[in-house]
Design a protein around this ligand. Structure first.
Ligand code: UDP
Ligand code: MG
Length: 321
């Protein structure tokens, strides 16, 4: 592996991005050329565009760019598979050709000018470098608040995510290989990369607004993404059901005392004590039962995800020659 002058692949998922792709490409290829000229990265570095089943001319544009310029490669997915899957497809295609990958959205809302700094951090020994937004002024109020709420909730639920880091990151070849070992269908890449255990660092930048085209993440997709993020990493919601069951049991005990006092003071209407106690007790048992079943379902879930158990950093004394 070449550390001083690594081969860099910039992986860009694109879904219906015909408006923004030509100008994004101009910026990216200019940056790549500069980096090659300065000797920061090897000259067989490439831009890899992944067409995520676009219905517009995105693929035609990628195809043309690749014909004109041998620094451009493309992967076309047969149908729309979602941002995270498109990104995985791009990383999988890139990993055998390069030493490092940088993933970035096609709209270039993330500042590409920090990519050279990311590469520097890689040379200093980091395997993963996160691009982190310093502020989100350019996003709408709604997007900002929902995103902040989302990150807060994720942290509460013990899912490790880097605040304000989307999918703009540098990953070394071995980090990508480790990521590709996660075979699960419900992908939430930014939750996985923090689990790989390799040395990481963050670079801060200001996020700008989309220059053309529309956001491909409407509220519906954002909600799905959030739910995927939570349910692929945390069984805490199931524990909550169990805790509510316990809470109901406590309430049932309090009701028992209340009902008994009412009964002995002669204030209880006939039939009420048994009814009210049954409601709380049965409710509590049902919830506790659901919680217990949920724990087992959670275990099955972690088993079927078949995640790697560990990730080796280095070894000594095991080399073949
Ligand atoms: N994207 C994709 N497949 C999808 C939706 C989005 O590959 O089904 C890509 C899109 O082309 C862009 C990136 O994912 O490169 C992020 O999308 P967008 O910028 O619309 O999201 P936002 O920045 O609004 O969260
Ligand atoms: Mg965007």
């Amino acid at each position: 592996m070449e550390k001083d002058c690594p081969v860099l692949y910039i992986v860009v998922p694109c879904f219906n991005e015909q408006e923004v792709l030509p100008q994004s490409h101009q910026h990216l290829s200019q940056l790549l050329e500069e980096m090659v000229a300065k000797g920061n990265v090897a000259n067989d570095s490439k831009l890899l565009y992944v067409d995520d089943g676009s219905r517009d001319d995105t693929w035609e544009i990628i195809d043309r760019l690749s014909g004109d310029n041998n620094q451009v490669a493309g992967v076309k997915l047969a149908c729309n598979s979602g941002h995270q899957n498109a990104l995985m497809a791009g990383l999988a295609a890139a990993v055998d050709h390069c030493d490092i990958t940088v993933s970035i959205d096609a709209d270039l809302q993330d500042d590409i000018n920090v990519i050279p700094q990311m590469v520097e951090r890689y040379k200093d020994g980091c395997d993963i470098v996160f691009g982190v937004r310093r502020e989100r002024k350019s996003d709408s109020w709604f997007k900002r608040t929902t995103a902040t709420m989302f990150y807060k909730m994720m942290n509460r639920l013990d899912v490790d995510t880097i605040n304000n880091h989307a999918d703009f990151r540098l990953m070394s070849r071995r980090a990508v290989l480790a990521l590709l070992d996660y075979k699960e269908r419900n992908l939430f890449i930014r939750g996985i990369v923090t689990k790989l255990g390799y040395k990481t660092d963050s670079i801060f930048y200001d996020r700008s607004a989309r220059t053309a085209g529309e956001s491909k993440y409407p509220l519906r997709k954002m909600l799905n993404f959030a739910i995927d993020g939570i349910t692929s990493f945390s069984v805490k919601p199931v524990r909550m059901v169990f805790m509510v069951g316990i809470l109901f049991l406590i309430i049932a005990l309090i009701m028992l005392i209340y009902v008994l006092t009412a009964y002995f003071m002669g204030r209880a209407v006939s039939g009420w004590p048994s009814l009210i106690l049954s409601i709380w007790l049965v409710g509590a048992f049902i919830l506790i039962g659901l919680g217990i079943i949920g724990e087992y379902v959670g275990k099955i879930y972690t088993e079927v995800k078949n995640r790697p158990r560990f990730n080796v950093d280095t070894t000594v004394g095991l080399e073949k020659d």
